[in-house]
Design a protein. Sequence first.
Length: 327
Amino acid sequence: MPSAFHTRWVSPTPSDRDRLRELLDAVLADEHSNLDEMATGAFSSPFHFSRQVTRGVGESPVALRRRVLLERAAWLLQHGKTVTEVAFDSGYESVDGFARAFTRAFGHSPGRAASVGRSGPTAEHSHWLPAPNGIHFHSPTALYVDNCTPTTESAGDIVMLMIRHDLDDIEALLDAAKGVDEQDWTRQRLPGHEPLHWNGPEESLAQVMSHLVADKHPWLATIEGADMPPDPPSDPAGLVELHRELTPRWLALIRDIDRRNAWQNRVIDALCDPPESFLLSQIVAHVLTFSAHRRQLARWMLRDTGVDVAALDPDPIMWHRKHSGGF
C-alpha cells in the first residue's frame, strides 16, 4: 500500500519525522502481514517497534494495520469488488473470518457496504473507522491523512474534556507510583473497602490502581463484542502498558459514540451473569464516576507512602488551563 500521509505526533526535527514515516511505512507495507515482519522492515525488534509506533500515533502497529485494511476493504466493496475478492485481498484466510471481522468493526455485514457507503452526508468517509490519530485509508490512492484537529479538547465539549482529563490524570498517578516499593504498593490501607460489591476489594494502592486502569477493559470488550479480557497486571509497569493500550481505544470509542449521537444506544453485556443491558451513556458515566473516586483515593494512598503528590493537582480546571495555553 502506498503510504503518503501527514501526522501531528512527530517531533519538529526532520530526523524524527523521517523515523516515524519509516515506522508507518513498515506497518502498512503490503509484504508485512505480522508484527515480526513489520519490525524487520523497520530494522527494529518487535518490542521496540511496537512501543515506538504506539507512542507515536496512539495505536499499536497490529491494530493500525488491521483497521486500515478494513477501511480499504469497505472502500473496495463500495466500489464494486466482491466480498470474496476483498476478503482474500485483505489477508484473511476465509470469507467467513473476514465477514465476522468486518461486521464487528462496521456494525453491518460486508454485503451491505455498497448501500451503506454510497449515499448521505458522510458518504465520502463512510469507509473510515474510529481512530485515535486521524490516519485513515483515503481513496483512491491509499493516501493516509491526518484530520489536523488540535490535541487539546474544546472547552465546549464537556464529555471529551472529562474523558481526556481522566486519562491524563491516571497517567500522572501511574508515573508517581513508579517509585513505590512492593511493601507499600500491596499494603492494606482501607480494610473492607469495596465500592462495588461485585468488583472485588480496593484496600491497597495496588488494587485501587489496578481497578483505575483496567475497569475500562471489560466495557470495551462488551461494546466491541470481544471475549472477557484477562485479569489485569498487578505491578506498576504492567499497568502503565495496559493504560497505553486502552487509552486510544477508549478515546476512539467515545468519539465514535459522540459522532453518531449514539448515547442512547443500548448494549447487551453477555459477560454478565445473567446478561444485562446498558445505555452507552450509563457506561461512560459509570466509568468516570468511579475513576474520579479512585484517583482521589490513589492520591491519599500515595501520600501515605511518602510520595509528594502536591504537583498532581486533581482539578480539571487547572489541567485544562495547562493544556490550552492558560485559558
